[in-house]
Structure formats: structure tokens, C-alpha cells
Design a binder for this molecule. Structure first.
Ligand SMILES: Cc1cc2nc3c(=O)[nH]c(=O)nc-3n(C[C@H](O)[C@H](O)[C@H](O)COP(=O)(O)O)c2cc1C
Length: 365
């Protein structure tokens, strides 16, 4: 089977497979393993400051000389929020943490400072990052122009046709169609209400028909047959996240990995409780408690900062009841192997699926 297509040539890779950026899970080792295997590793740096971003980029560069992507969060940050709602949520979380013997350091509203992608762009340009991917919006025109002028390819995220058209009109090179099965945050940016929840099977062909750019399918792609299914729908590549959640290079602690592998798909629910943005992850005690409190969640990233210290305590102590465990609807199929072995398996299975389809068509003829 020949893998060369628009995606492989635009991104300068051998196989049209992108390892999804997964903040909190993806390590430089994971990124390099995928890029070295002929796919595109993606380094998530959403919300990090310039120093943290630079040191992660350097860590990847030390491990590979192949193309890789750096992934940004490009959302606006509300300057004003409901301070009473902030303090109610803070009070609730303080009580919850003390009942559960969690060391909680509530953020001080007046001291909150959020990093934005604007502080990272210069760095991406000076580091000559070959591919820049983004979610939660579209970078400002001047940044798109600056990145393109320096030769970076751009990948944007769409959760509906309307978002894909907006990205297409901005000359974004490749568009990821993120179906509702996907783990992690919805990339939605045209509505602040409930995000579009269109499954990969419906979303991919609709976006393929609507735009001029090649499409990557994301959401539920976990093996060769789901990859081939996405390509049959018109995708020219796939972006795979959950299948790498428990790989050797993942930074998820052990009990977290165990829970991901053993959670039925119905446990991977959509919630705003951890961050203030809709995201899919494995339901746990902290999520349920915030829902039961009846309190409104704060807009992203304020809610994120309110729950941060509980979630990082949970991460350090591997307490799945209180940790963020973003995961897609096919996450239980993830296996504990080196990332390169998972990647290689995906490619081999896809070849086999392709041969089976060919055989099937011949039999029918
Ligand atoms: C743990 C986790 C973290 C994620 N973090 C990011 C991120 O930082 N940036 C991003 O663009 N997408 C992020 N995503 C979404 C992925 O890019 C992708 O859309 C999704 O994983 C695809 O669906 P799948 O999980 O079924 O493979 C994350 C997904 C997961 C599971």
C-alpha cells in the first residue's frame, strides 16, 4: 500500500499519522518516538510560558531530527468574570479537599496570570518549528502570516463544518476534524454553549466535501481498521490520541493508566467541571462532586486554575478519584507498549485492513 498523499507531502512525513498532542500526558520522548517512526509527533504547550515551551522543544530536538508539531491553545481569555461565583467555587473546593485529605492551595483571584499563545509565537518562529497545530480557535492573521513566511505548516482543529470553513479561509494547511468520540477538550470555537457533538463518521465526510484542504480524522481512531475507515470517508490522515495514553512514554501514573484501560466507554463523559471548557474524560469523584454542588463552573481557564492544585496533588499521588483523566470513547483499547510499537502496529493493521477490503470487493464482484 502506498502512503504518499497530500498530508505526507505537506508535513514531510512517511505515514499520514499524527500523534495527538495531549497536554499532561505527552512527553518529548513520545513525540520523538512517533516522528522517528515516520509519523508526526506533536508536542503540546498550550498555556505554558515561553521558558517551559523552549525547554520542551529543545528536549524533542535532542531526540529527533525529523519533523514534529508544536501545539498551541489559541483561545481568548475573559478579562472579567463573576467574582462571587469564583469565590463560591473556591470555598466548595476547599471543603472538598479537606474532607478528602488533599492539600489544596486555592488561587488568589487578584494574582491570577494566564499565559497566552502570543508569548510563544516568536519562539516557534526562531526555533523554526516545522508544523504548528492549534485548537480552541484561529491565531490572529499576523501570526498565521509570520509562521507561514518562516515555512511552518499549520494544522487547525474543527468540530463542525462551519469551523472548518473558517480555517480553510485562513489558508490553514491541514484541518483536523475532531469527532465527538475524541478524548480531551473539544476544539470548538464558534459557540460558548454546548459544543457540536458530531461523531467522526458523520463529521469527516462533511468537512471533506466542504473544504479545499486535506483533512485528518480524530476521535475514536485506535487501530488499523478505524484508521482505514477514516481514510475511506475521505480523510487523508488521522490524529490519534487515546491509543497512546498508556504507552511507555506517557507521563500518566500507574493507577491512572490502569483506570484508562479498564473504564468502559460509557465512563468517558463530557464535562466542564475541571477546566470550564467541555472535555471528555473518565468520570471520577471530583467531577461528580462539582456537579452535585450545583455551582456554576467558571469560564476557561479560571475553572482550570481553581481545580489545579487538587488535580496536581492527585497526579503526584496517583489518586484517580481526583485526577484529570481525559480519554476518548475507545481509550480502553490502549495498550502498554512503547509508542513506536503502537505506531508500527497501527500501520501494519491498516495495511491488512486495506488488503481485506480489496479482497472483499473482489469477492463481491
Ligand atoms: C489526555 C488528552 C489530552 C489532550 N490534550 C490536547 C492538547 O493539548 N491539544 C490538542 O489540540 N488536543 C488535545 N487533545 C485532543 C486530541 O488532540 C485529539 O483530538 C483526540 O485525542 C482524538 O481522539 P482520541 O482520543 O479518540 O484518539 C487531548 C486528548 C487527550 C486524550
Amino acid at each position: 500500500m502506498k502512503w504518499h498523499n497530500k498530508v505526507t507531502s505537506l508535513l514531510n512525513i512517511t505515514y499520514p499519522v499524527v500523534q495527538a498532542p495531549m497536554l499532561g500526558i505527552t512527553t518529548p520522548e513520545m513525540v520523538a518516538a512517533i516522528s522517528n517512526a515516520g509519523g508526526l509527533g506533536s508536542l503540546p504547550v498550550g498555556g505554558l510560558n515561553a521558558d517551559q515551551t523552549l525547554s520542551l522543544i529543545r528536549a524533542v530536538k535532542a531526540l529527533t531530527n525529523k519533523p514534529f508539531a508544536v501545539n498551541l491553545f489559541v483561545h481568548p481569555i475573559p478579562s472579567q468574570i463573576d467574582q462571587q461565583a469564583f469565590s463560591d467555587m473556591q470555598q466548595f473546593l476547599t471543603g472538598f479537599a479537606s474532607e478528602n485529605e488533599i492539600a489544596y492551595m486555592p488561587p488568589v483571584y487578584d494574582m491570577l496570570k494566564f499565559n497566552t499563545y502570543h508569548q510563544q509565537i516568536e519562539l516557534l518562529i526562531s526555533e523554526k518549528i516545522p508544523v504548528v497545530s492549534f485548537t480552541f480557535g484561529i491565531p490572529d492573521d499576523e501570526f498565521i502570516a509570520a509562521l507561514k513566511n518562516r515555512g511552518s505548516r499549520l494544522i487547525g482543529t474543527a468540530t463542525c463544518v462551519e469551523e472548518a470553513l473558517l480555517l480553510d479561509n485562513k489558508f490553514v494547511d491541514v484541518i483536523t476534524a475532531q469527532g465527538s468520540e475524541a478524548g480531551g477538550h473539544r476544539g470548538t470555537f464558534i459557540t460558548e454553549g454546548l459544543p457540536p457533538m458530531i461523531g467522526t463518521m458523520s463529521l469527516v465526510p462533511q468537512i471533506v466535501d466542504a473544504i479545499r484542504r486535506p483533512v485528518l480524522a480524530a476521535g475514536g481512531i485506535c487501530d488499523g481498521s478505524t484508521m482505514m475507515a477514516a481514510m475511506m470517508l475521505g480523510a487523508q490522515g488521522v490524529q490519534v490520541g487515546s491509543a497512546f495514553l498508556v504507552c511507555h512514554e506517557s507521563s500518566a501514573p500507574n493507577a491512572h493508566k490502569h483506570r484508562i484501560q479498564n473504564a468502559p466507554a460509557r465512563d468517558a463523559i463530557l464535562t466542564k467541571n475541571f477546566s470550564g471548557r467541555w472535555a471528555r474524560g473518565i468520570e471520577n469523584k471530583l467531577m461528580r462532586a462539582i456537579s452535585a454542588s450545583g455551582l456554576p463552573t467558571l469560564p476557561y481557564p479560571y475553572q482550570q486554575s481553581l481545580t489545579a492544585s487538587i488535580r496536581s496533588f492527585a497526579q503526584q499521588n496517583d489518586l484517580t478519584d481526583f485526577a484529570t483523566m481525559w480519554a476518548g470513547q475507545s481509550a480502553s483499547k490502549a495498550v502498554r507498549k512503547p509508542a513506536a510499537a503502537i505506531f508500527q502496529g497501527l500501520i501494519e493493521q491498516a495495511q491488512t485492513s486495506f488488503e481485506q477490503i480489496e479482497k472483499h470487493v473482489q469477492v463481491r464482484d
